[in-house]
Each structure stands twice: as C-alpha cells, then as structure tokens.
Design a protein around this ligand. Structure first.
Ligand code: SF4
Ligand code: SF4
Length: 404
C-alpha cells in the first residue's frame, strides 16, 4: 500500500502565496476583472472546476445541451480573461485549491476548446495553469489536434493533461454531428496525442440508446488501433428541445423515451437510464485493451499516474462508494492517505461550525461527524456544498454526517 500525506492548510497557504505573486505582476484593472468573473465565484462540481476558454459552438451536434443553457449554437468566441486573469479568478474562488493535490480543472463544457476561434485562448490558459498552478487538467474535443499542437501540449512538462477525444458514431455522424470535424480527423488526433506521449482517451459520451449503441464495438476497436489508452463512458441527458431535434432528423427515439428518468419540462435536463449499456461497454473496452472509466475525473487521475507515476485517490471519490469505480490501475483504495485530525477538526469548525461535543471519526475513505444535531448540521453542510467539496478534495475522503 502506498502512503500519501495531504493537508488543506498547506494548499490554502500556497493559494495565498500565488495570489501575492500575481498581484505584484497584474494591473489593478486586471485584478478587479478577475475578482468579478464568474470563475471566481462559482461552486465546483463534485470532482473539480470547469473553465470556459471558449463560449458557444457552431458545430450544432443535435445532442448538445449548450443552447438549452443559453449559449450560442451558431458561433463561438474566446473567453474574455487573459491567462493570468483566469488563474487569479480561480485563486479568488473560495472553493478552489491549487497544485497537484488540488482541484481538477476541466477546460470546456459550454463550447469546443479547440474551435479555431478559441484555440489560442485555450493554449494561453493551459500555459498559465502550467506556470502558476500545476493542477491536473482535462479537456474534451472533437477538433483535429495536429502533431504540432500535440507537441505544444506535451511541452508543459510539469502538469498532467488528460486529453479526451470524442467519438460516438461513425455511421450517423452526418446526422448527429453535421458540422463537427470528421471522425477520421479525430482518430488522427488520437494518433498525434499518442505519438507525443499524452496518453489519449476516447470520450464515448453520450451513449444514446437505440441510436449509437450498436456502433460502440467498432468505435472502441478503431480508437484502440489509433492509440487510445482508455475510454470514458458517459450517459445522456435530454431536454424537450434535444428530443425534438432527434425526431426532426428522422431518428428513432422510442428507446430514449422508455429510459427517461424524469418528466421533460422546458429546458430541464433529464437523465436517461444507461447503466446496463455502460456495463457492456466496460466489458467490451477491457476485451479491446482499453482502460474503462465511468467518470471523467477517473481518467484525470489515471493520466496523472501515467505521466508521473504518481498515485493520489481520485478527487471525485468514486472509489469510496464504488458505483463508478472500475478499479483502474491507480487503485485508489490501496493508497493510504495520512492526515492531521486536529487540522481537519479546525476546518470543520471553521466551515460548518461543528460543536465541541460532535465527534469526528476518520477511516480510510471517510470523515464521519457524529452529532446530536443531525438535521441542522446536514442542512448546513448541504448549503455550504462548495466547502464540502473543498474538504473532500483536500483530504480525498468523503464527508459523512451521522446521528449520534
Ligand atoms: S462540439 Fe461539443 S459544444 Fe460543440 S455543438 Fe458539439 S457537443 Fe456542443
Ligand atoms: S481506482 Fe477507481 S476511483 Fe480510482 S481512479 Fe481508478 S476507477 Fe477511479
């Protein structure tokens, strides 16, 4: 079993030093702009922060949810902050932790990060993250990554970059992704990333029941042949508008409708049940020599391990409950995390105001607070979810509240 010492106190100290360093270089206007930016305030997702280097997308994939979120489906534009400003905005965010032990950063989510209008901005951000932060990075893309671009990405030697290349169909790409770069060019991206030791991973999301699930075996084989090392297998969420786009394109949606996990209403995203399909893909991926992941943050953790031989439990804590853990070579469960109990108690008091008589119990994967005020504390922790994620990321342990 390998051992790793983790400390929130050290990460917060590092954050202060980095902010000071940037304040000496940046203008007052730049600092103010960064402080007021969305990235300085938003709450993280359970396994990290999404950073938008490009807003909007013109590829109009019919399964895309960005128009439902209010982003443009006809044009893309680079984000308005400079590299140093985006770093400062993240450091200003109370829930962000810098460094290799810190928060995971995913570039993208409301646009295509390597869209021609935004590729320079994305590279500017990657460069700034490498220079100042060192956090594990991830991006997903459908754009062609040339050998030259892959070389530039590989030149950031101090950070791990998890590159996810999206391919979900070969036969129906003209219907599902009419304006996106060809699947052939995406396979070439995998080849170029592999050539530059960037350990590319296939991004097989979304799996769309009744639409692309019959093509998966071929996609896995092709991706493997071009050099993919793993595959992130992801489900599908729909809105009313997405389903309309499917039906207007002549696609059969009865299987999707059968698997809806909730009622469609407005632009609310509803998940589709795909667990059975995902399990089949996990099996098929292993047969084809790919490491399967059921969550993108696991791929991030795996790439950190591949690049530096460095094992740290996944920030998404999938190993703690096991539902999304595919037992990849990182083997999070076999890493002993050494923490200072007094330090943890200090931060639990600070963020959640736990009482003197509440007891804090540590075990391999959990920090359990036993309290007589169960409901009150549970609600407080729920309201301060950002701090919960901060604690869980720093110590790689799940925070659990129990009735005493
Ligand atoms: S490439 Fe990505 S962001 Fe652009 S339309 Fe397709 S799914 Fe949406
Ligand atoms: S061991 Fe499990 S939880 Fe850890 S990174 Fe691998 S798949 Fe994810």
């Amino acid at each position: 079993m390998s051992k790793l010492r983790l400390s929130l106190k050290e990460l917060l100290y590092k954050k202060i030093l980095l902010k000071k360093q940037l304040e000496e270089k940046m203008s007052k206007e730049s600092i103010l702009k960064a402080k007021n930016d969305y990235h300085a305030k938003k709450r993280p997702r359970p396994c990290g922060f999404t950073v938008h280097s490009v807003i909007g997308c013109s590829f109009r994939c019919i399964y895309c949810y960005i128009p439902d979120m209010g982003f443009s489906f006809s044009s893309a534009k680079p984000y308005g902050l400079t590299g140093e400003e985006i770093v400062y905005a993240l450091l200003e965010n109370p829930y962000f932790l810098p460094g290799r032990h810190g928060s995971y950063i995913a570039i993208g989510s409301v646009g295509e990060p390597f869209h021609p209008v935004g590729v320079n901005k994305t590279m500017e951000y990657v460069s700034a993250f490498s220079r100042y932060l060192g956090n594990p990075l991830q991006f997903s893309t459908k754009m062609y990554i040339s050998n030259e671009l892959a070389k530039r990405l590989a030149s950031f030697r101090n950070i791990s970059i998890s590159s996810l290349i999206t391919i979900i169909t070969t036969e129906k790409s003209h219907i599902l992704e009419p304006n996106a770069p060809s699947v052939a060019s995406r396979l070439e991206s995998i080849r170029n990333l592999k050539k530059n030791n960037l350990h590319p991973v296939l991004f097989l999301r979304p799996i769309i029941p009744g639409v692309n699930d019959d093509e998966i075996s071929t996609i896995l084989k092709d991706a493997r042949r071009y050099g993919a090392e793993g595959v992130v297998i992801g489900g599908f969420r729909v809105t009313r508008e997405i389903l309309e786009r499917f039906e207007n394109s002549g696609l059969e949606t009865s299987e999707i409708r059968k698997r809806l996990k909730g009622k469609l209403a407005g632009n609310k995203q509803i998940s589709i049940y795909t667990r059975d399909l995902k399990e089949e893909v996990v099996y098929e991926a292993k047969r084809n020599g790919l490491v399967p992941f059921l969550s993108a943050c696991c791929a991030n953790t795996y790439i950190l391990f591949k690049k530096f031989g460095y094992r740290i439990p996944c920030a998404g804590l999938d190993f703690a409950e096991g539902y999304f853990c595919t037992n990849c070579p990182v083997q999070c469960k076999n890493i002993e995390v050494v923490v200072d109990v007094e330090e943890i108690k200090h931060y639990l008091k600070k963020f959640f105001n736990i009482e003197e008589h509440d007891s804090v119990i540590l075990d391999s994967f959990k920090i359990t607070i036993k309290t007589k005020m169960y409901k009150k504390l549970r609600n407080r922790v729920q309201k301060r979810i950002g701090y919960r994620i901060l604690i869980e990321t720093a110590y790689r342990k799940k925070l659990v509240i129990e009735n005493e």
